[in-house]
Design a protein around this ligand. Sequence first.
Ligand SMILES: Nc1ncnc2c1ncn2[C@@H]1O[C@H](COP(=O)(O)OP(=O)(O)OP(=O)(O)O)[C@@H](O)[C@H]1O
Length: 452
Amino acid sequence: MAEGSSEPSGLLPACFHSILRRENEAALLAVQQPNRPKSLLVYINPYGGKQRGKQIYDHKVAPIFSRASISTDVIVTERANHARDHLKTEADLKKYDGVVCVGGDGMFSEIMHGLVSRTQQEAGVDENSMEDTLTPCGLRIGIIPAGSTDCICYATVGSNDPVTSALHIVVGDSQPMDVCSVHNEDRFLRYSVSLLGYGFYGDVLTDSERKRWMGPARYDISGVKTFLTHHYYEGTVSFLPAEGDVGTPRDNMQCRSGCSICRQSSSDKLVSKNEDSVSDADCQDAWTVIRGKFLAINAASMSCACPRSPKGLSPSAHLANGTTDLILVRKCSRIDFLRHLLRHTNKDDQFDHSFVEVYRVKQFRFTPRYQECDSEVDLRESAATGKQFLSQICREHRACGCIPSQSNWNCDGEILPHTAIQVRVHCQLIKLFARGIEEQSVFEDPYAHCAI
Ligand SMILES: Nc1ncnc2c1ncn2[C@@H]1O[C@H](COP(=O)(O)OP(=O)(O)OP(=O)(O)O)[C@@H](O)[C@H]1O
């Protein structure tokens, strides 16, 4: 759509075309939706993506809000975490029916953190306590995509089109969404709504952060480099399987060879043994414990679909059923790992490999084998002690000369400062102005970018 034009976008759902076809202003005002917002707090990141956030808002979104008689308070952020801190401490949230984020995934994460933390403060809930049940946020969040990575918008709306998102806000759509809390012992670290990845995706992010100057190309370069280095990491994964009517991660997927996961139905039988890895698995109470060597440990709380991977990391992951799909990719050959990665880009089942296991869980923990040192990041920070410790690890680590013994966790595109983590899914903690993804739309938009 041309800048400043009010022509309907080709990406809009059919229902919106009919709204816009009628003589715009009167038609929009006539939409009688009981959940329509009347007052919104808007945060714009002027530096997200191609730095067009303000332009996109002023030309494409503000006119739609104005026609729908929505009043707005607009804050153009002046630094990283401005929006998060403002939401957490200052914003008079009683005045608003929703918060709008104009930016990319990083900006959404800021706003989600601000809103969730503020809600817990007001409800007297201690975020550092894993046991405390978090209080759901009352205000909905709208995402106007204006970043270089707009994966959350893509996965919840089905397109990366600012006008489509604006119309979802105007008509008052509501899509609940699960949020994972991530702790290290008794310390709250971060919230996650899309991907928590250790090993491959952690290493790609760590490497790509050093190459920020390259722009979005850094993700491809770091991806190839990480694939070629082929590091695996030892550790223990424990999880509480999901219960009830939540389906399985293999729903709607064709399993061509009838793997063990498909043949077994009860969740506590889902533990499979991988013969060529030094690992074992057993059940302790309701927790399932798996030890082994992993190329990747991923927890997908949504499909993580994007144009490059139209089905996403976990195609049947739900946005709001209180679970996350835990995908364990065990040590395997480079060629097998490549086959697994390539299946994310076509219609083959990426879980149909002997070295891949997938579980739908409501909580999980990870402990790296060499836990004494918290992370590579810490090692870099204390170079002298770090070098000493790393050489000690290498002497003890049979398989390597000086391969790092630990990866980092990629938490929705941010590196976590700890590797030993506990994760709990909080069912429907937040709500978005969205409708969830419509079946075919996952395959439609070839122009959006994703860097997961
Ligand atoms: N005014 C600002 N100046 C600098 N950084 C900001 C500002 N406002 C927000 N940020 C930070 O910029 C980061 C990236 O923003 P955003 O997600 O909107 O863009 P992006 O291009 O998708 O970025 P990324 O490459 O991290 O995905 C966010 O993590 C946010 O905290």
